[in-house]
Ligand binder design. Structure first.
Ligand code: C2E
Ligand code: MG
Ligand code: MG
Ligand code: MG
Length: 272
């Protein structure tokens, strides 16, 4: 059991070094406080529809500015939040904030929220999502939930039940960071996703490497055949954009198209 969870990237069972543990404890206390003082915010990165050539969605990304350390990257504080359970209130805050923000945007615009595998423990996630939608008065179709295959790696009936409940609600489901895990193809059979997000490592390499290009093209074709949307992550330059377009991706996201921005700045991107 423990081995499976390690493979799934749920690192909270491995004891960190003493010094590292202390830093983590301090950061945890600071993060808990940040959540109540408003030092945690969301940035929104545009997701472009490549046929319409305009953003039709935005991915909500957590931002934390520490009073002394400055900005702390999610890669650093999300694992701490997962280990300590703080990801539950933090994740609920993200859902509520993102749904409320989405409700202020034009009706054709969706908002994507990342969910941690830890949020699926306990079977409460569908209720939390429902409450966030209701509080914001947001149509479920306008919310997209991004999960990585580590959620499915838990191979747990309760997890699948939560996923099905979310889907039955009308929320869209995306498989994030596709290609970086262990047995990605199997997961497409386990659960009917609406979207596959092709990991940025493939997109970055596909410009120069024919084998990576073949992977991007195949995943885009596979998604189309399964009735799913293929979204390319990590489009950093015009060469990446041309490549993912040629490979048949329906959507793209990356610094070349737009960096994560505060909500107040995305109106301009939507031409208002
Ligand atoms: P992700 O969900 O795969 O999000 C995409 C990450 O790639 C973001 O990093 C984004 O800023 C970055 N990115 C976008 N375009 C480019 C590009 O062209 N080049 C490069 N090099 N990077 C690009 P960020 O914001 O640092 O987030 C990292 C990860 O942290 C996310 O990966 C996600 O797994 C996690 N995360 C962020 N916000 C949340 C959240 O609210 N909840 C949970 N559970 N996880 C979150
Ligand atoms: Mg994501
Ligand atoms: Mg991703
Ligand atoms: Mg990622």
């Amino acid at each position: 059991h423990a081995r499976v969870e390690e493979r799934g990237g749920l690192r909270f069972f491995a004891p960190p070094m003493a010094a590292e543990r202390e830093t983590r404890l301090l950061l945890h206390a600071d993060l808990r406080e940040a959540l109540s003082t408003g030092a945690v915010t969301l940035a929104y990165q545009p997701i472009y529809d490549l046929r319409q050539n305009r953003p039709t969605g935005f991915e909500a990304l957590l931002r934390w500015t520490h009073p002394r350390r400055g900005p702390v990257p999610p890669a650093e504080f999300i694992p701490i939040a997962e280990e300590t359970g703080l990801i539950l209130p933090l994740g609920e805050w993200v859902l509520r904030r993102a749904c409320a923000d989405a409700a202020t945007l034009p009706a054709h615009v969706k908002v994507a929220v990342n969910l941690s595998p830890v949020q699926f423990v306990g079977g409460e996630v569908a209720r939390v999502v429902r409450e966030a939608l209701d509080a914001a008065g947001l149509a479920p179709e306008r919310l997209e939930l991004e999960i990585t295959e580590s959620v499915l790696l838990q191979r747990n009936d309760a997890v699948l039940a939560s996923l099905r409940e979310l889907r039955a609600m009308g929320v869209r489901m995306a498989l994030d960071d596709f290609g970086t895990g262990y047995a990605s193809l199997g997961y497409l059979r386990t659960f009917p996703f609406d979207k596959i997000k092709i990991d940025q490592s493939f997109v970055r390499d596909a410009v120069a490497r024919p084998d990576c290009l073949a992977i991007v093209r195949s995943v885009a074709g596979l998604a189309a055949e399964l009735g799913m949307t293929a979204t390319a992550e990590g489009v950093e330059g015009p060469e990446h954009l041309a490549m993912v377009r040629g490979a048949g991706c329906a959507e793209a996201q990356g610094y070349h198209l737009g960096r994560p921005l505060p909500l107040a700045e995305i109106g301009a991107l939507l031409g208002r």
